[in-house]
Design a protein. Structure first.
Length: 176
């Protein structure tokens, strides 16, 4: 059974697009389906700087269109990787049972690296094990690494964001 991973940012026009495409490439050949969504946009193309940044990785996002995040999409995902802490709060605020599988992308990679590779474990069980000790209180009490929004900044910020996400995607794929 294909394991669904959902990447989320505010508009699904920059960070979650990069995360979706870069993670799908890093996890190519695995039984994983990566999709993206945002809170505030539907049917919009990626920002031009997003398309340009992804071209540097030989990824074409020209035909990509934003998707609005729904509670059903979040609930259906085996793992939700967001750009910001506030995205996690918004998702989990509506669906508290999703806390163990809703993380910022950098937060999950760090937790997964600390937990160790999946090896022969079922992917859903591994994601659950990575988040086993995570509580609402522990999430709110500590600093959470995020992916800064490059929108409105120079193209170099988009390239830096893509490089950060590519690194996270490769590190996560190595654990899967």
């Amino acid at each position: 059974m294909t394991f669904p991973i959902l990447t989320v940012c505010s508009y699904n026009r920059a960070r979650s697009v990069m995360a979706e495409l870069l993670l799908a490439r890093a996890a190519a050949g695995m039984d994983i389906a990566v999709s993206g969504a945002g809170f505030n946009s539907e049917g919009e193309p990626p920002l031009p700087a997003t398309i340009a940044a992804l071209r540097r990785y030989d990824l074409d996002a020209i035909d990509y269109r934003s998707t609005r995040l729904t509670p059903a999409a979040a609930a259906a995902a085996g793992l939700v990787l967001t750009a910001e802490r506030m995205h996690v709060i918004r998702i989990v605020g509506d669906q508290p049972d999703l806390l163990r599988r809703t993380w910022t992308f950098p937060e999950f990679v760090l937790a997964a690296e600390a937990h160790g590779p999946r090896e022969d474990q079922d992917l859903a069980a591994w994601v659950d094990a990575v988040g086993r000790d995570r509580t609402h209180a522990s999430f709110l009490a500590r600093p959470i690494p995020e992916i800064a929004d490059p929108a409105g900044r120079p193209d170099a910020a988009f390239r830096d964001t893509a490089a950060m996400i590519d690194d996270l995607a490769r590190r996560l794929a190595a654990l899967l």
